[in-house]
Design a protein around this ligand. Sequence first.
Ligand SMILES: Cc1cc2nc3c(=O)[nH]c(=O)nc-3n(C[C@H](O)[C@H](O)[C@H](O)COP(=O)(O)OP(=O)(O)OC[C@H]3O[C@@H](n4cnc5c(N)ncnc54)[C@H](O)[C@@H]3O)c2cc1C
Length: 427
Amino acid sequence: MTDATQNSRAGTLIIGNCQAGVQVASTLRELGDTEPIVLVGEEPHAPYQRPPLSKAFLKGEVTADSLTFRTHDFYRDHTIELVTRERIVAVTRTVTGGEAVAESGRRFPFSRLALTTGATPRRIPFEGSELEGVSYLRDASEAAILEQRLRTARNVVVVGGGFIGLEVAAGARASGKNVTVLEAAPRLVGRAVSEQTSAFYLQAHRRRGITVVLNAQVVRFVGKHDTVTGVELSDGTVLPAEVVLIGVGVLPRIELAEQLGLEVDNGIVVDSRALASDGVTVAAGDCANMPNPSITSWGVGRLRLESVQNAVEQAKVAAATLLGMDAEYKTVPWFWSDQADLKLQIAGLSGGHDQVVLRGDPDTEKFSVLYYRGGDIIAADCVNSPLDFIAVRNALHTGLAIPAAVATDTSIPLKKLVSAAPALPRK
Ligand SMILES: Cc1cc2nc3c(=O)[nH]c(=O)nc-3n(C[C@H](O)[C@H](O)[C@H](O)COP(=O)(O)OP(=O)(O)OC[C@H]3O[C@@H](n4cnc5c(N)ncnc54)[C@H](O)[C@@H]3O)c2cc1C
């Protein structure tokens, strides 16, 4: 290892140059840091937005180039050294510094370290997984291959009824493919939304012509000449498929954290300042497991979120922490998913709710599901209801109430119920 004292001007090394990594770098500069910043990532592309990969990009509405966050001028003007195509395979550190080494042998000394390594798709080891046409979707290169395959495919099978799988399924269906979604659980997007919202999406996708199989057990992928031709289920059914997308969740990238001996538990365990267990390294984004004030009140304490907003907010905190400033993650989580013409926006975290209130009629494809705990609103799933989303997000942010008893009245904008809340009796 490089002697730590030699690293005093080595500055900050940020490993992982995407959503969280870019935010750490830009926040460091905004906060006045003048030390060197190196932002290193393994992908060949300049940092880019992932969400459109399963939406507009697959539909051919945007190009990969248009997804980049910042121009090259931004990195130059802010003296942020952007390094692509370098996978860090080893990292060692002392309290005051350390060094990371890339697969190529290139060395990156640092005095401060941020891990923003993200996550990688969970792989399923079924027979036939290596067949051409069996795809995962995490990065721009995978999206480009998938987009090419989808052009000529007639039959598409999506394994996993989570957000990314459903977004891809909806896009493929809109362009005329025969699409089947196979979900192993009894409902769609079960980890993130209520039964009501799951049931709505099941019906909505079926209405649009997607076949959805719940409780599906995939046995293997079948193929011919090294190319996938179908998916076999446990009942012996073989669904034809020229494209199979597997979207069954992601795993946090913790390899480097483990090398550093950091505490790891479904991600890199950090405190609300984004500090890892060694007290000097920070971590943010999909790789980090952080206390979340939205859930600590009912005893769960911490969680790992996978969203743009979370990556950005944690990264801001991580940057401040690196500079020794006081900062704490306090924001209300929010998330979105676009499936066909259905825009889902989620505010807050619904875990631990004891009451669910339906606002609007799901048959109109414009409604919200509000979640309460002990009479307090804690979250909402809003489908094509952006004003409800904003009202709930603001209420959660300001700590105001939206009484469940009146929230069903769609003739009153939700934001009016928020402001009226203190005058109304609380449960
Ligand atoms: C298809 C898709 C659609 C999505 N849609 C939405 C959406 O609608 N709304 C939403 O809120 N979120 C969405 N997300 C999630 C969102 O994109 C992620 O939460 C966000 O990108 C997390 O940012 P991150 O910086 O933590 O991780 P990442 O964006 O994964 O970036 C981590 C980077 O680190 C690099 N890296 C990891 N290890 C190393 C190493 N050892 N050496 C060098 N580089 C390394 C990786 O290659 C990667 O480029 C979507 C994600 C995907 C894939």
